[in-house]
Design a protein around this ligand. Structure first.
Ligand SMILES: [Zn+2]
Length: 330
């Protein structure tokens, strides 16, 4: 490195107006280069700082805009959530009211079920009397509109309590409904059994006529005039009158012989049978099912008979029973 080169002086001459003196500035080359380098460094540094500031400002602006967007979205979200919570509160309130209404209906159903049980348990029967429960008092609150009073906001704890109570009410209702279902099923079975029993009990007149010419029990035989036991009742009627099955059942036998004439036996239940004798004709075949009141033959005077009549017997196994107490009075 040549030091002298740096120490060499350079003279700058500034010439102002013509009448003024010339200004001479003597500077070494080193000073000149140093000053130039310092100015260039200063300009570069200033530019870098300015550009950095511009970048930071733009970045902050972008962040601020993004934050503003997020805030709006959050506020909207909060509004939606508040609306949803309010809706849930209203739903809980509506459910709690509904639970109370269902409970009220459940009480009515319990009363109805009790009535059904009474009907089913009444094995003796009362000719189909219908037991009706008292009409429940209608909720007339809807007819009035006068509402008011100060507003008391409901706390979250109160809402939780209401929700919890509503949940418990529904659980209790579920249990009650299960119990009621079991009881209804039991009542239904009892009623079905009772209806079946009624259908299979010979308790209607097997003829149009209600004229009993010979009752059940001891009598003088119309042919021999000797004391004998009459195992059924004789009902007088017109030749060809319909003869009805006194109860639902299956035709056990259809036959003819000199003693009973054309005759039909119908089996009802557990050895209970009815026997229809001296028919003009039988209209059913053995093994067919017959309903209570169905025509099974025509009234006649076949067999050991003095005139058109039906000899009607009720049998329990081999033993006969007086049919009259089971027949409605004429
Ligand atoms: Zn007879």
């Amino acid at each position: 490195m040549n030091f002298k080169w740096f120490q060499n002086k350079l003279t700058f001459v500034m010439i102002p107006e013509a009448n003024e003196s010339v200004i001479r500035v003597k500077l070494s080359r080193g000073t000149l280069w140093g000053t130039t380098a310092a100015v260039v460094l200063l300009v570069v540094t200033a530019s870098w700082i300015y550009l950095h500031h511009l970048h930071t400002a733009a970045s902050m602006y972008m962040q601020k805009a993004a934050l503003h967007g997020k805030t709006i979205a959050l506020e909207q979200d909060l509004q939606n959530k508040n609306a949803a919570i309010e809706q849930l509160h209203n739903d809980i309130f509506a459910l709690s009211k509904q639970a109370a209404e269902i409970h009220h209906k459940m009480e009515e159903m319990k009363r109805l079920e009790q009535d059904l049980q009474k009907l089913a348990a009444d094995a003796a029967g009362n000719g189909g009397a219908v037991v009706t429960s008292a009409e429940p008092g209608a909720d007339s609150s809807a007819a009035y509109h006068g509402l008011g009073g100060p507003e008391w906001p409901v706390s979250t704890a109160e809402i939780r309590k209401l929700a919890s109570a509503t949940g418990a009410a529904y659980s209790a209702l579920q249990t009650e409904m299960d119990k009621l279902h079991t009881r209804f099923s039991h009542s239904k079975q009892l009623l079905q059994a009772k209806l079946e029993y009624q259908r299979r009990t010979p308790d209607i007149w097997p003829t149009l006529s209600r004229i009993v010419t010979s009752p059940y029990g001891y009598r003088k035989d119309p042919f021999t005039k000797k004391l004998s036991f009459h195992r059924g009742i004789d009902i007088a009627g017109q030749l060809g009158d319909p003869v009805y099955a006194a109860a639902e059942g299956i035709v056990d036998s259809v036959g003819y012989d000199k003693l009973h004439g054309h005759n039909i036996i119908v089996e009802h239940t557990q050895g209970l049978r009815t026997w229809y004798m001296h028919l003009n004709s039988a209209d059913v075949r053995k093994g067919v099912a017959v309903d209570k009141g169905q025509t099974i033959g025509k009234l006649g005077t076949t067999g050991r008979s003095t005139g058109p009549h039906l000899h009607y017997e009720v049998l329990m196994g081999d033993k006969s029973a007086d049919p009259l107490p089971y027949l409605p009075s004429s």
